[in-house]
Design a protein around this ligand. Sequence first.
Ligand SMILES: [Zn+2]
Length: 451
Amino acid sequence: MRELKINERIPMEAGGEAAVIQELGRGGQGIVYLVRYKGREYALKWYFISRIKNPEAFRNNLRRNIEDGAPEGGRQFIWPLFLTKQKKNGAFGYLMRLAPRDYDSFTDIYNGYRWEKPRAKGQPARKIPVRFASLDTMITAAVNIVKAFRALHLTGKSYQDLNDGGFFINTKTGDILVCDCDNVAPDGQNFGIGGMPGFMAPEVVRGMAMPNVLTDRYSLAVVLFKLFFRGDPLEGSKVLKCVVMTEENDLIHYGKDPVFIYDPDNASNRPVKGVHNNVIRLWSIYPEFIRQAFTLSFTYGIREPNARIIEKSWIQMLIQLKLDIVHCQCGRTAFTSTFEKTGNHTLTCQKCGSTIYTLGVKDYELPLNPGARLYACLTEKNSDDCETVTGIVIENRLKKGLYGIKNMTRDSWTAVFPDGTERQVGPRSGVPIWKGLDISFGDGVDGKILL
Ligand SMILES: [Zn+2]
């Protein structure tokens, strides 16, 4: 194929021309250019047309995606916006918005750093650390990734090429952007993409299935595993023993005989000290219900596409995981599972001895350590918003050592004490943390401070 030239003008289907400014990057499918169209800057993806199996069908699918628009208004997607006209040789591309500057690629986050181009010629490139602002932010990002795929799947489409190059994440807020949306297709249809090794479902690797919603779910579990444990769920001692990773080996370890590194019934592929240190260290830190979710995904779920965890369940589990983080007043940050249980729902910090009660609401449990936050997913009906703060645990200004939940919403809550007395808790006021206390957040959402 002929590459585009700087200043070349590309006619657009919607009228007008896009002017090529510079190359931004290139991959297996094509080259991405910075272009100007109708006074605004966009990214243009220009295809290596010879590498597309059926260019006409691919182009029609792209046009349909542009017409349909991105799921849920597109805030989380870098979606195709405009199609170019075709050149004489059939070549074409599409325009999308540019990724904002304050986002990092999932690949850089996974590696823990990115390379910054030297400011002046001759200087070396600088290695810049890429880390989440906090554990909470990382889990927020995970929830947002799953929500984006739920939104896409609800439109009856699948992504088909889920991999670590497909996301940008704001490590300060946990906001995410799904990019490379050009392979998105109605579930059951496929326009040539297979996926990326390591992320593809085994039945796709074996050539038994085309990418679909169920194979997306497998890839989603891989993405979440990599985000949390910084390693590959199927790369352990069995894979290391193979000296070269040829295509044949990929087929065996990721297609025909995939073995989860922590498969409870098969220890043949355990992570290896000195090679898989991240996974070994992080796997033990996470609560049991999260380890079970990944174990299911990569044992039974590897063979049974219908047994894979649906987005709604992941969202519930990940929200609980976020709520499980305790930032103890002594400075210790850890999941509740590592605190000492001194009652059915009461925890004690082994480091500072402080007692932490728990709020039970909906199916969630929230440890009420000072500084703990209530989110809309806890206090509002039908909400899975784990970012909007609706309450916060603070110390009483007048009575030191007495803690309460401050209402950060604009609505009143009703607190019912164990003896039956009721109290209205208006906006900005607080309710003491009291064993057996019920809090009605409105709309039939009730919480209880558990013993
Ligand atoms: Zn503590």
